[in-house]
Design a protein around this ligand. Structure first.
Ligand code: SF4
Length: 368
């Protein structure tokens, strides 16, 4: 059996008395019978062992602006090598990447890329960071950890773009290797989570609190506003109140626009006014960094909470100006701006040896 087809044993599982396996990577706690896969499709029981079928099999790879994740306070204006795979542990009716997230690993074209190959690609594309994104990276936790360890050895940063649906046991093991995350807070009602994502709200809130207070990870939050489902001022007020009380006033919050997709095609695209109103309310309540996304009509700039001047100008995902100093202070008034604005210094380490190692494996890294 070649390297490309070798199964990768999963972490975070145990054998149950009835012979099935219990996966405790995410709050679904799937009990998986022999020959079956969990809800996410890519964690499968074969002969009593749980395997991660997606390990080293990204189905989508791009070099994106980091603002597209979205991260507005983490190395702004840089690019990020972004990769995702098949499967997801939520069942969002409005998924915008459903072609891969709702597929099994054998239903998508994928690559075979060992962690070293990913890191070398990021270096060669001059991207100072790597994002696990597009589908839900939690279900890929083993690959995230292995790739991130090597990325850090070469001076790169690592990013999760996640739904935050992860158990406490796994969270600390995965995020020990992650520098920044954008976490979707898809709504502020259990009803929305239960009916439209087939999951639950509380574990996401718990993960956000743990990330903020018990790890070193820089976090930003995305709230996709869907007409009539989660876009009332009252719900936005409750969501912002929770963020303020539990995470603080300096966690960036991105309100983004929905467009009809997948199983939710009977709702219109979010009008820009809804995003403007939500942003206005969040700022009046005291959140310092609030953004609008997926629209072109403003709300993307970073404003200094000290002097009110524009510090980072953005048009869509393009950054035209950064007036935050590398020590994270406003160039005009010296106020501290939350986030990471240091100049990326990479790659470090022996890139020649990394390249040699990857080249020696050429032939096993391939499209499958
Ligand atoms: S990661 Fe996948 S298999 Fe594991 S509990 Fe979650 S949905 Fe189930």
């Amino acid at each position: 059996m070649g390297t490309a087809t070798k199964l990768h044993e999963a972490r975070w599982w145990e054998t149950l008395p009835d012979g099935r396996v219990h996966c405790y990577l995410c709050p679904r706690h799937c009990h998986v019978g022999d020959g079956q896969a969990g809800f996410c499709f890519i964690r499968a029981n074969q002969g009593g062992t749980l395997y991660n079928l997606g390990y080293a099999h990204p189905a989508a790879i791009h070099v994106d602006p980091i603002e597209k994740k979205p991260l507005n306070h983490f190395l702004p204006g840089t690019t990020i090598l972004s990769l995702g795979a098949a499967g997801c542990n939520m069942g969002c009716f409005f998924c915008q990447n459903w072609d891969i997230s709702k597929s099994r690993s054998d239903q998508v074209h994928s690559y075979y890329l060992e962690p070293e190959t990913v890191v070398l690609a990021a270096i060669e594309y001059q991207s100072p960071s790597i994002a696990f994104t597009y589908n839900e990276p939690t279900i890929w936790g083993e690959y995230v950890i292995d790739t991130s360890k090597i990325a850090h050895a070469y001076g790169l940063k690592t990013v999760m773009v996640t739904n935050g649906y992860i158990t406490r046991e796994a969270l600390f093991e995965v995020y020990e290797h992650i520098d920044a995350a954008n976490v979707d807070l898809k709504a502020y009602t259990e009803d929305f989570y239960a009916r439209l994502t087939l999951s639950h709200l509380q574990p996401v809130l718990d993960a956000l609190k743990a990330l903020r207070h018990e790890t070193h990870v820089w976090i930003e939050i995305t709230n996709l506003l869907i007409p009539t489902l989660n876009d009332t001022q009252e719900e936005t007020r409750l969501l912002c109140g929770w963020v303020l009380e539990n995470l603080g006033d300096d966690v960036p919050l991105h309100f983004t626009a929905f467009h009809p997709d997948f199983k939710l095609r009977d709702k219109p695209a979010t009008p820009p006014e809804t995003l403007h109103r939500a942003r206005q309310l969040a700022m009046e309540m005291g959140l310092k960094y609030v953004y609008e996304g997926n629209i072109l009509s403003g709300g993307a700039d970073t404003i200094c909470p000290g002097c009110g001047r524009t510090l980072i100008s953005r048009s869509w995902h393009r950054v035209s100006e950064v007036r935050v100093k590398s020590d994270g202070t406003c160039q005009y008034c010296g106020a501290k701006i939350a986030g990471h604005f240091e100049e990326p210094s990479f790659p470090s380490g022996d890139v020649k040896s990394l390249r040699k190692k990857v080249e020696a494996r050429q032939g096993s890294d391939r499209v499958v």
